[in-house]
Design a protein. Structure first.
Length: 103
């Protein structure tokens, strides 16, 4: 099954670094699907961290060429998501669109 058919997966090739954005909205998932995918990913991450041992979180790994421990990667993912959330809030404000994060 493709990423487009998987309710827990987003086709990252559409939005990855060096990708070419399209103005054809039908190529992208709806906001509702994006929210569902995000909530599912966060729940999976929280579950994995909740059950991880200190030893597991201390294991070294490489993420896109950067050496990290698994625990450091958890923090990086959280800050990464927060950075993009801020970008979207600023973009929506600049475009005079309604807030997606309640005031």
């Amino acid at each position: 099954s493709s990423a487009q058919d998987d309710p827990d997966c987003y086709d990252i090739e559409m939005v990855c670094k060096e990708s070419t954005p399209s103005d054809e909205a039908a190529l992208y998932p709806s906001l509702a699907r994006g929210e569902t995918i995000f909530r599912s990913a966060i729940a999976r991450l929280a579950g994995a961290v909740r059950t991880a041992t200190s030893a597991t979180l201390g294991e070294p790994m490489t993420w896109h060429g950067t050496p990290l421990t698994r625990g450091e990667l958890v923090l990086r993912v959280c800050f990464h998501n927060g950075c993009h959330a801020g970008q979207l809030v600023d973009l929506r404000r600049a475009m005079s669109l309604p807030n997606v994060i309640p005031s």
